[in-house]
Structure formats: structure tokens, C-alpha cells
Design a protein around this ligand. Structure first.
Ligand code: NAI
Length: 267
């Protein structure tokens, strides 16, 4: 059931690749809640993905941008503002590690790949915010949400160099959140989501066993992509105006559970 939570709000949604993507669900829900937005993804992902279907269903435009390119991001923000006017929300839903893809062990990383992981998965948030700020593209009380994972705080061995990228992403959330808050009352938060069966998620080794482990460790069970989308909408709405610089766990209680009866029963 829709509540018109984003009525009159405009935004940019990064990272909808296919209907499993968390960003895809956010776009569907943002549309239901009355928002207008531009969809964006890396040009290569657009060729492989199904973003046109989503654009049609949500009556939104598509502007390609590689989130590691300042030129692409400048073009994205200026065109989005031309089309929609100043923006109220941005979803950063971007992650990629060539080391994970090529099965490199964490103790034996390829450093060119490592740079790429950090650039795509973390520095892209800094670039996005920097371009938005320089172009003054966000309205006061605008809200930026980046998606992250608890491997930023605790060791999940197969998450590999993505753990380092997520730590950096969460740090950028805090640091930029301070500066953008002081300058323009813009708020920036990260949502730390349960393991979710998407292209990026299932790329992590042992994902099938791992998602079931997380589900059994979480008093409320894993949070789905749809539930994550609902949380993102609440963070874009006016009901969360004073929440900023936070890493918000959206994981059914996993992050604060030491052990569960379900897991003990399996021992
Ligand atoms: P996904 O694979 O559907 O989305 C990842 C997106 O990043 C894709 O749309 C991809 O095209 C985009 N991307 C990659 N390189 C890019 C670049 N250079 N420029 C612009 N876009 C680029 O997977 P998912 O799971 O929806 O991932 C979204 C976010 O959620 C990521 O930050 C991921 O780390 C995070 N997350 C995912 C979890 C999971 O288990 N699936 C758990 C916690 C966080």
C-alpha cells in the first residue's frame, strides 16, 4: 500500500541492473510513493541489463554514467537537474570487485583490481557527493543513501576486498555527511543490508550457505530487497530529517546477535 511519502520529490537512482537489484526495488517503490527520478548505471551494465523495462514502468528517464568518471557524473547531475529541477534524494547502490570476480584470495590481491574495487564501490560515493555539491544539485534536507554490508565492521573472509571498500564507504558517509550537513542541511546515511540474492550478492563465494546462516542468526530473519527498498524510502522521506552520518543496520537483528538457538541446534 502506497502512502505518498515521496510526493513531489525528485531523485537519482544508481545501480538497477535487473529485477533482483535492490535499486530496482527502490525505483519501483519510489514511483509508487510519488517520486520522479532518473535511473543511471554504467554504460556496459545498460547493454547487459534490463533498465529500459524499469524506466518504462516507472515513467523515468535513463542517463548512463560510469560512477568512476567525474565527466559522466557531471553530465548526469546537470541533465537530471535540467529535466527534473533540483533533487531531493540519491540512492548509491553500486558495488564491484574484480578480485572477487577473479577469485583472488584476500592475502594475495591484485593491486590494480584493488584500486578498481575501491574506486567503483567507495570513491564513487565521494565523487557523486562532490559533483552534487559543486553543482548545488540537492535541495535543503535532501537525503543520500548508500548501501553497505556488515563486513565493514566484522570479518567475513570471503567478502574479500569489498570489506575494505565498505569500510571506506561508511567513512565517506560520515565525513561528507558532516560537511554537506553544515553547508546545506543535506543528510547522508548508509544502510547495512542482509545478504540478498542479486548479481553482486551471489558473486561472493559460498553465498547460498551464507544467506541461510545469516537467516538463522537473525531473530527476524534476513531482510529482503523489497524490505530494504521500503527502508530506503523512509530515509528519503521527511520523517527522517534529523538522521545523518549513520550506518543503519537493516538485517533482522543479525548485527547484535552473538548466537541463536537455530544455529546452536545445528552444532
Ligand atoms: P546488483 O549487482 O544488482 O547491483 C550492483 C550495481 O552496481 C549494478 O547495477 C552495477 O551495474 C553497478 N555498477 C558496477 N560498476 C559500476 C560503475 N562503474 N558505475 C556505475 N554503476 C556500477 O547487486 P545489489 O545487491 O543490488 O547491490 C547494490 C548494493 O547493495 C551494492 O553496494 C552492494 O554491495 C550492496 N549490498 C548488497 C548485498 C547483497 O547481499 N546483495 C548486501 C549488502 C549490501
Amino acid at each position: 500500500m502506497a502512502h505518498n511519502l515521496l510526493s513531489g520529490k525528485k531523485g537519482i537512482i544508481f545501480g538497477a541492473l535487473d529485477p533482483h537489484s535492490i535499486a530496482w526495488k527502490v525505483a519501483e517503490k519510489a514511483h509508487e510513493e510519488g517520486a520522479e527520478f532518473v535511473l543511471t548505471n554504467a554504460p556496459i551494465a545498460m547493454r547487459m541489463g534490463k533498465i529500459n523495462e524499469l524506466a518504462e514502468a516507472t515513467n523515468s528517464g535513463i542517463i548512463p554514467a560510469d560512477a568512476t568518471s567525474m565527466e559522466d557524473l557531471e553530465n548526469l547531475f546537470s541533465k537530471a537537474v535540467d529535466k527534473l529541477g533540483k533533487l531531493d534524494f540519491v540512492l548509491h547502490s553500486i558495488g564491484m570487485s574484480p578480485n572477487v570476480r577473479k577469485d583472488k584470495h584476500y592475502t594475495d590481491l591484485n593491486y590494480d583490481y584493488y584500486h578498481k574495487t575501491l574506486d567503483v564501490s567507495a570513491m564513487s560515493l565521494h565523487r557523486t557527493l562532490s559533483v552534487a555539491m559543486k553543482q548545488d544539485a540537492l535541495n535543503e534536507w535532501g537525503s543520500v543513501v548508500a548501501l553497505t554490508y556488515i563486513a565493514a565492521q566484522r570479518v567475513f573472509p570471503d567478502y574479500n576486498d569489498m570489506a575494505d571498500a565498505k569500510s571506506m564507504l561508511e567513512s565517506i558517509t560520515r565525513s561528507f555527511g558532516y560537511h554537506y550537513g553544515v553547508a546545506k542541511n543535506v543528510r547522508i546515511n548508509s544502510i547495512s543490508q542482509s545478504p540478498t540474492p542479486t548479481t553482486a550478492g551471489t558473486g561472493v563465494k559460498g553465498f547460498d550457505k551464507f544467506i541461510s546462516y545469516a537467516d538463522k542468526m537473525s531473530p527476524l530473519g534476513n531482510a529482503s530487497a523489497d524490505e530494504c527498498a521500503a527502508y530506503c524510502i523512509s530515509m528519503f522521506s521527511d520523517f527522517t530529517r534529523k538522521v545523518t552520518m549513520q550506518n543503519l543496520f537493516h538485517d533482522g537483528g543479525f548485527s547484535f546477535t552473538g548466537v541463536s538457538a537455530d544455529i546452536m541446534d545445528k552444532m
